[in-house]
Ligand binder design. Sequence first.
Ligand code: PMP
Length: 306
Amino acid sequence: MSRLTAELVRERVRDTILERIGDTPLIPLHRVGAGLRGGLWAKIESANPGGSVKDRPALWMILDAEEEGRLRRRRIVLDATSGNTGVALAMVCAVRGYDLELCMPDKVSIERKRIARAFGAQLVLTDPLEGTDGAIREAQRRAAADPDRYVYVDQYSNLANPLSHELGTGAEIWKQTGGRVTHFVAGVGTSGTVVGVSRALRPKRVRIVAVQPDEALHGIEGWKHMPTALRPAIWDERVADVHRVMATDEAIAMTKRLAREEGIFTGPSGGAAVAAGIAVAREESGRIVVLIADGGERYLSTPLWE
Ligand code: PMP
């Protein structure tokens, strides 16, 4: 079990950019949520310094490895990522002084690759057709071939990933809503967000809604279609009260509306989560918090904004 607490994390990152991770804004969605009974709020994770929700688990996973003494012998940090975790780990490793190798499918947006490289990461690009699962297999192969050289973070199995959301994201939402939140809606990638927030908020009777893409070949970067993907060890469907699916075209339409009608610039994952939140609000009214995982800048090179 990890020894990390929110206080210990704060202590470890004092006076660096990393102390700005978390405490992200909660913003009401007035227009796209118009006409709904109850209300809809977005937790804006692009406000983290590395630009996405993945700053939280990246920081906690690295500090956890430090606490356990696994990073003492100057080993290379290694993980597989669809991009945002790569950027986040690269930022954290730059501050903490570690070398980092990232296995990424060679289809992630050029922005993510360039930002990770800007922070000093080495990229290992894997077959785009194999998606994130191909990157995971490559990271596993490297870690197994040379275990002394690497500290394999393994965000899909690492308990510090959901812990960062239990003691961070979930606790913040409770505080920011004054305990009035009734539903939490988020997409599932590693599942760290949903699993961790569920641990924090389900005991307080908040309903947890987990959303997946509606098909295997989807365009919601960062989300996983669990029936056809490698199953993350941390994932447990019982953490959610409701499971929904979201279509890519509906996600993209909502991504565009969020920019034009709310001034919130996000990518397909953010649009997908909000569209799912609205669908939930139509069926069960309440005070619904939706997690927007990253910002639209990360998709400028994709067809999304053409
Ligand atoms: N949206 C985006 C854009 C992401 O990068 C991720 C992380 N893969 C997620 C959603 C899902 O978050 P989690 O890994 O916590 O399930």
